[in-house]
Structures are given as C-alpha cells and as structure tokens.
Design a protein around this ligand. Structure first.
Ligand code: HEC
Ligand code: HEC
Ligand code: HEC
Ligand code: HEC
Length: 230
C-alpha cells in the first residue's frame, strides 16, 4: 500500500481520449438538443392589479343626495332637533344599516347639534373633511399606524421634497357604517420554479381573532368573491 506506485516516466495516453474530448466539444458547440426551461411563462399582470383608484369615493362634504335635490345635512336637521338617543328605528336614512360591532349609536360619530360635523370626545366639532379624527377616537393604534404610513396607503412620492404625497383617508377604504374591508381578488402569484398552481381562493378565513369581519364575512358569504379588488 505505502509507496507502491511507479516511479518511472508517464505512460503515453491513448489517442482515443483526445478523440472523445473533441467529439464532446463538437456536440456541445452544435447543441442539437434544445434547452427546455422548467420555469413556466411569467404570470400576466392585469391592469386592475396596479389600479390605484380607492375602493370608495365619499364626497367628503356633508351632503345628502336625493334623486332630484342635494341638501346639506343641516338644512333638515337645524329644523328637526334630535332626541338624545339614537337607538331607535329611524324613519329617515333607512338605507343605513349600522354594523360596527358594539359601536351602535349614531352620535358616537355624528354631532347631535350640528349635523354638518362629527363629534370628538369633548363634544366639540370635527370638520366633515377630517373623518380620520372620528376613527382615531376608538382606533388609536390603527390611527397611529396610519399616520406613520404602515396602515392604509400612500400615493405619490416618498420624498416629500420631490413631490406631493397623499394619504388615503380611512373612509376611502372602510364604510363607516359597515367597516369590514371587502374581500379582495388576489393577484396572480409569480410563476417560480416548482411552485405549481396556487389555490388562494379556497382559503377564505381570516385568522385574526380580533376581527368582527369573520362573522360578517359569513353573513355575506360569496358576496365579496367576484369583487375586483383595488
Ligand atoms: C331630507 C331631510 C334630511 C336630510 C337632508 C338629512 N337628514 Fe338626517 N334625519 C332626518 C330625519 C327626519 C331624521 C329622524 C328620523 C326619525 O327620527 O325617525 C334623521 C335622523 C338622522 C340621524 C339619527 C339621529 C337623529 O337626529 O334623530 C342621523 C345621525 C342623521 N339623520 C344624520 C344625517 C346626516 C349626516 C345628514 C347629511 C349627510 C342628514 N342626516 C341629512 C332628515 C334628514
Ligand atoms: C363610526 C362612526 C359613525 C357612526 C356610528 C355613524 N356614522 Fe354616519 N357617517 C360617518 C361618516 C364618517 C360619514 C361620512 C363618510 C361617508 O359618507 O362615507 C357618515 C355619513 C353619513 C350619512 C351621509 C352619507 C350616507 O351614507 O347617506 C348619513 C345620512 C349618516 N351618516 C347617518 C348615520 C346614522 C343615521 C347613523 C346611526 C344609525 C350613523 N350615521 C352612524 C360616521 C358614522
Ligand atoms: C365609538 C367608537 C368607534 C368609532 C368612533 C369607530 N369605531 Fe370602528 N370599531 C369600533 C368597535 C367597538 C369595533 C368592533 C370591534 C370588534 O367587535 O371586534 C370596531 C371595528 C372596526 C373595524 C374592524 C372590522 C373588522 O373587519 O373586524 C374597522 C375596519 C373599523 N372599526 C373602522 C372604523 C373607521 C374607519 C372609523 C371612522 C370612520 C371607526 N371605525 C370609528 C368602535 C369604533
Ligand atoms: C388603503 C385602504 C385603507 C385605508 C386608507 C385604511 N384602512 Fe383600515 N384596513 C384596510 C385593510 C385592507 C384592512 C385589513 C382587512 C382584512 O384583513 O380583512 C384594514 C383593517 C382595519 C381594521 C381592523 C384590523 C385591525 O388592524 O385592527 C381597523 C380597525 C382599521 N382598518 C381601521 C382603519 C382606520 C381607523 C383608518 C384611518 C386612520 C384606516 N383603517 C385606513 C384598508 C385600509
């Protein structure tokens, strides 16, 4: 075993080795076998996926539209003093079905005296075009996240020196009277190697135990499915 090798000059290599190498090189250069990529075609990105139009477009003004006329809220309400309690079946605004968890009183948000404004915790007015301050009364942490840009959405420029940045208001995404966010159609996933077709549609549960949307999604079962998300 030890030191048993030949010490003399190298044996001449047979000529066929060179032959095989040359043939292999020629085969590789000519490449008669076409390359077949295991990665599929890239998924097409439809226009709705990158559409930045908000889900809702509230007027941001205290206007009440009937088929013919548009009133300011106060036009009726300054002549109609409101009773202090709103937990009754209303004869007006019957289209509004308040489904906001235990937040069941109109005057938690609307000002009882001036209907063109919302109400803050001290009973003072919040201007109609600042509805996020209404939400902030009860959703402090989400409001803080929204202020810092990690909830909701910012459009425009990150660097404020380059151009304007706009922060979407809460009610451009959430209906204040029925706030759970409508279910969205997921965008197609990327077709990466060996990922296979993705079945996102069958996973219809939110795993967040804090969300009332779980109950109300069941109520609206199937409803949000066809909704094109934005
Ligand atoms: C055409 C007249 C009219 C207009 C305009 C109007 N309301 Fe009303 N609203 C009423 C009447 C009448 C009631 C009371 C219904 C009842 O007691 O059954 C009412 C009730 C309400 C209530 C329940 C508390 C209360 O005052 O009794 C809220 C909140 C409310 N309106 C908000 C608004 C807001 C916000 C606007 C504007 C976007 C508006 N209303 C515009 C007629 C109007
Ligand atoms: C969580 C706060 C909140 C509560 C509670 C609430 N509202 Fe509103 N309401 C808003 C906000 C914010 C707007 C304006 C944004 C919009 O129109 O989407 C609004 C808009 C309205 C409007 C005008 C737009 C429309 O949908 O016709 C009426 C009328 C109205 N509310 C009546 C009521 C009545 C009646 C109640 C009680 C049954 C009530 N609201 C409870 C926050 C609230
Ligand atoms: C008076 C307090 C109060 C105000 C004001 C208020 N909320 Fe709420 N909100 C609640 C309560 C209570 C719940 C229910 C929490 C639960 O049952 O899990 C809730 C739930 C929600 C949810 C969760 C729904 C889900 O998917 O489970 C959203 C979104 C929401 N509110 C948005 C808003 C927005 C937007 C505004 C401002 C227009 C607002 N809220 C104003 C008390 C409030
Ligand atoms: C660009 C759209 C958008 C805006 C703007 C927005 N939200 Fe949301 N919000 C969402 C989505 C999407 C969810 C998640 C819904 C889900 O998971 O089903 C959500 C979830 C929530 C929830 C329930 C879950 C949680 O994290 O507690 C609350 C409460 C809420 N938003 C409040 C607000 C408030 C208050 C504002 C404004 C300060 C706001 N949102 C602005 C889109 C938005």
């Amino acid at each position: 075993m030890s030191g048993g090798g030949e010490s003399g000059g190298q044996k001449p290599q047979p000529l066929w080795v060179a032959g095989v190498l040359l043939a292999t090189a020629a085969f590789l250069v000519l490449g008669p076998l076409a390359f077949r990529s295991p990665v599929g075609e890239p998924a097409a990105v439809a226009d709705w996926v990158t559409d930045t139009t908000p889900v809702r477009s509230p007027a941001m003004a205290p206007l009440f539209k009937t088929r013919v006329y548009t009133f300011k809220c106060s036009e009726c309400h300054k002549v109609l003093p409101s009773p202090p309690e709103t937990l009754r079946t209303l004869t007006q605004h019957t289209d509004i079905k308040l489904q906001h968890g235990i937040n069941t009183r109109c005057f938690n948000c609307h000002h009882p005296k001036n209907r063109d404004a919302f109400i803050d915790d001290l009973g003072d007015e919040i201007p109609w075009d600042q509805p996020q301050l209404v939400c902030a009364k009860c959703h402090g942490p989400v409001y803080r996240d929204w202020q810092h840009g990690s909830h909701g959405r910012s459009n425009g420029y990150w660097d404020a020196e380059q151009g304007e940045q706009t922060r979407r208001k809460c009610i451009e995404c959430h209906d204040p009277h029925h706030p759970p966010f409508q279910r969205m159609q997921p965008a197609p996933g990327p077709s990466t190697l060996r990922m296979g077709p993705q079945d996102v549609a069958s996973d219809d549960h939110s795993h967040n135990p804090l969300m009332i949307s779980q109950q109300s999604n069941d109520d609206r079962a199937g409803n949000g499915e066809s909704e094109g998300g934005h």
